[in-house]
Design a protein around this ligand. Structure first.
Ligand code: GNR
Ligand code: NI
Length: 177
């Protein structure tokens, strides 16, 4: 088991579009387990392989507090989504300390492959829906801040670049944009 390094916005590698996984071998199984461990340690409710600089279509999600509903999703696809949208506050492990409301479809129907190579389908709503959509965006090189105004995006970049120079600075307190 290993904790993986998480890329920080605005790292250009977060823009990479991930490739589909064609074989679930030992490397993919180890990656999935290391990603789950990294997500729980952060702590976070989801993690995309893109964030650990592996550009293959794998995400892990667990929105429970007791770590009882880990989903490892390979090549996830959105089959259907509700016409109605919802505004939910999001954050991202690659954009530490920054939170803002993002509008997304309220529910989604997802198809993916699990670690045993089986095709699975499920409907998600609420926080699970938000999280799965947020992770699938990472696989396509998108970060939640892309949905915010240019002004908010430049404020976030300034804060994170400043914090990277002065690691003790400013990220202690959550920033409402
Ligand atoms: O831990 C996370 N919390 C979260 C909260 C609201 C909406 C999305 C998320 S995902 C985030 C972890 C992360 O950055 N995954 O890519
Ligand atoms: Ni994220």
């Amino acid at each position: 088991m290993a904790l993986l390094n998480i890329l920080q916005y605005p790292d250009p590698r977060l823009r990479t579009v991930a490739r589909p996984i064609v074989e679930i071998d030992a490397r993919i199984k180890t990656l999935a387990r290391d990603m789950a461990e990294t997500m729980y340690a952060a702590p976070g409710i989801g993690l995309a392989a893109t964030q650990v600089n592996v550009h293959e279509r794998l995400i892990v999600v667990d929105i429970t507090e007791d770590h009882s509903d880990l989903r490892i999703l390979i090549n996830p696809e959105r089959l259907e989504h509700s016409p109605q949208t919802k505004l939910v506050q999001e954050g991202c492990l690659s954009v530490p300390g920054m939170y803002d409301e993002i509008e997304r479809p309220d529910w989604v129907r997802i198809r993916a492959i699990n670690l045993d190579g089986q095709s699975i389908e499920f409907e998600a709503q609420g926080l699970l829906s938000v999280c799965v959509q947020h992770e699938m965006d990472h696989l396509d090189g998108r970060v939640f801040v892309d949905y915010l105004s240019r002004l908010k995006q430049s404020r976030i970049q300034q804060k994170l670049i400043k914090a990277q120079r002065q690691p003790t600075d400013s990220l202690e307190q959550p920033t409402r944009l």
